[in-house]
Design a protein around this ligand. Structure first.
Ligand SMILES: C[S@@+](CC[C@H](N)C(=O)[O-])C[C@H]1O[C@@H](n2cnc3c(N)ncnc32)[C@H](O)[C@@H]1O
Length: 262
């Protein structure tokens, strides 16, 4: 059997998905999604922080690549000397708590000009990155002690996927998964340590229009507003003043390793 070229395979998965909907690679998508994302994820940072715990110390520095709404930057800034949060979406950045020891850089990782730090983390960012090798090489170059990359192994449990499944009997092109990252790292010569995390995914919206905009953006071509709204009304449950999509239990992996150059 031929050896799989994991970088080429990754690019195909990202491009197939992007042909349907640009979602994850589009800062505009994250600008619109920011409030819902913050609401859905901020209660859930502990599992990842537990993997980092043995490496945290008050004199260390860290870069959070694709920091989003600061779900990890905010608590880590309390434990470390300095955190540099790299985040291209203005909407997402606006949720990062201002602090004296946090620098927020408005850029993609590919374009960011930053000094190296002890630790570099990158959580749920690689799904829309077509060239993961260059991206990961930069994570390694900028880390003195350890790199941590987290991704889901299971598919994204999202209302848009459920709408597509009900309308077309399939959920459309998938995103890259953790196991593909692990194989890609091996092919790059990186034998990472791995921690698996399991947690419930609840996507929270402030109102039906918020859920419709999010589903429209991730559904992509062929979106049907009336059918989409009817299905959303069926699958979202009211919780106080929010609408909630129960995505079940997700499995994610964290690959972490000592950079080869250090
Ligand atoms: C799913 S969110 C994850 C946010 C945060 N790391 C977390 O786990 O809560 C993905 C974030 O990655 C950012 N992002 C996407 N592509 C990026 C890139 N090439 N460089 C840096 N950040 C990127 C998006 O703007 C978005 O805020």
């Amino acid at each position: 059997m031929d050896e799989i070229d994991w970088a080429a395979r990754w690019r195909r998965v990202v491009e197939d998905r992007a042909a349907l909907a640009s979602g994850h690679a589009d800062p505009g998508y994250w600008d619109r999604r920011a409030s819902s994302f913050a609401r859905s994820t901020h209660a859930r940072s502990d599992e990842f922080l537990r993997v980092l715990e043995p490496y945290l110390a008050s004199r260390k520095t860290l870069i959070d690549v694709g920091a989003g709404t600061g779900r990890h930057t905010n608590p880590l800034a309390e434990r470390l000397e300095w955190v540099t949060a790299i985040e291209p979406s203005e909407g997402m950045r606006s949720h990062i708590a201002p602090r004296d020891n946090v620098t927020v850089v408005a850029s993609t990782w590919e374009d960011a000009e930053v000094a190296p730090a002890d630790l570099v983390i990158c959580s749920h960012v690689l799904y829309g990155v077509a060239d993961p090798v260059t991206f990961v090489e930069k994570l390694e170059r900028m880390a003195r002690e350890r790199v941590f990359v987290m991704m889901r192994e299971t598919d994204l449990p999202h209302p848009a996927a459920e709408i597509r499944r009900r309308l077309h009997g399939e959920t459309g092109p998938r995103l890259p998964r953790f196991s593909e990252l692990f194989m890609l790292l091996l092919q790059m010569g990186i034998a990472a340590d791995v921690a698996f995390l399991k947690y419930p995914i609840m996507t929270r919206y402030s109102e039906i229009d918020d859920a419709l905009a999010d589903s429209r953006a991730l559904f992509g071509e062929g979106w049907d507003e009336a059918a989409g709204q009817a299905i959303l009304e069926e699958i979202l449950r009211r919780d106080g003043d929010e609408l909630v999509f129960d995505g079940g239990v997700a499995l994610s992996g964290v690959a972490h390793w000592q950079p080869r150059e250090s």
